[in-house]
Design a protein around this ligand. Structure first.
Ligand SMILES: O=C(O)c1cc(=O)[nH]c(=O)n1[C@@H]1O[C@H](COP(=O)(O)O)[C@@H](O)[C@H]1O
Length: 311
């Protein structure tokens, strides 16, 4: 089970966090950008080369202490097909280094189109009678607000290829309540979506009690995290919003169960741009990311039960 693999990696590293790889060129140290421009000129190739060099150095420093990475597709698509190639190569490199890869695509569409997304990101694509993997993610973030038609194709692929999904339930952004907090039939919209996640995952529950259908719940809404943790006992949470968006350790602590499992907390800018915040030599960017990842791990593990780690 895909979520079992993620939880096993979390237990191995003692670290329930994921490093978001959302690189903009302005986050990449100048010496890397200059090298890429020297090789390829001021082109999309150079941008993609700089992103990949940046990501690989971060992965090298993080792979033994952080269980997973979460590249967000938009930051690569921004640089055209060359950027998408850098996304693929980043994912391949992280896998090679033993990390669990969450593709942050927030995909959704109707049935047949969703099937194509599911196959492309998580499954095997038929190529002239032979099957090959398109992308190399272990898990994909998806939007479930089109209903079961948009999720069913993913469930099939998750089961067949041992993959998982994280469905948007209560997102971290300031305006998420405009729709997600509305009442329908006596429940908030996000509660209804949470219930749908439990139903979608019911047939695919792994050895730790969590299904291959996870949920995204933002660190910026601790009350909702607490409420949803109780109502969604079989759903593993991806919790973005720690650090740069203002979420802290106490806020994310509500996402965890009584054993200290049940969630993985993301930080993207906080880790990638740690060197800018520290004001250290830019050549030290990957070590600064490592320092921040260790600080984040200690910050979060200091406020959650660690029963699972001691078993
Ligand atoms: O699905 C997500 O990962 C996600 C959902 C959400 O509700 N809020 C949210 O910030 N994210 C993503 O989490 C990352 C947050 O980045 P930082 O704010 O830089 O740590 C970005 O990749 C966002 O796209």
């Amino acid at each position: 089970m895909s979520m079992d693999r993620l939880i096993t990696k979390i237990l191995e590293t003692g670290n329930p966090t994921v490093a978001g790889l959302d690189p903009k060129l302005s986050y990449v140290p100048g010496f890397i950008r200059e090298e890429s421009v020297k090789k390829y000129g001021k082109t999309l190739e150079a941008a993609a080369d700089a992103l990949l060099t940046f990501n690989k150095a971060l992965i090298d420093e993080l792979c033994d202490i952080v269980p997973a990475v979460k590249p967000q597709c938009a930051y690569y698509e921004m640089y055209g097909w060359q950027g998408v190639k850098a996304l693929y190569e980043t994912m391949a490199y992280a896998r090679e280094k033993g990390m669990y890869v969450i593709t942050d695509g927030k995909r959704n569409d109707i049935g047949t189109t969703m099937e194509a997304y599911a196959i492309g990101h998580l499954g095997e694509t038929d190529v002239f009678g032979e099957t090959q993997y398109g992308f190399l993610g272990d898990c994909l973030t998806v939007n479930g607000y089109l209903g079961t038609d948009g999720i069913a194709p993913l469930l099939k692929v998750c089961e067949a290829c041992d993959k998982g999904i994280f469905v948007l339930v209560k997102t971290s952004n300031p305006s998420s309540g405009e729709l997600q907090d509305r009442m329908i039939g006596g429940q908030k919209v996000y509660e209804v979506m949470g219930g749908m996640c439990e139903t979608w995952g019911a047939e695919q529950i792994g050895k730790y009690g969590y299904s291959s259908v996870g949920a995204v719940v933002g660190a910026t809404y601790p009350e909702q995290l607490r409420e949803l943790r109780e109502k969604m006992p079989h759903t593993f949470f991806l919790v973005p919003g720690y650090g740069a968006q203002g979420g802290g350790a106490k806020d994310v602590s509500y996402a965890f169960d009584q054993n200290g499992l049940g969630a993985i907390v993301n930080s993207s800018r906080g880790i990638m741009c740690a060197y800018q915040k520290e004001g250290c030599d830019e050549r030290d960017f990957a070590k600064a990311a490592r320092r921040e990842a260790i600080r984040m791990k200690e910050d979060i593990t200091s406020v959650i039960p660690k029963i699972a780690w001691n078993k």
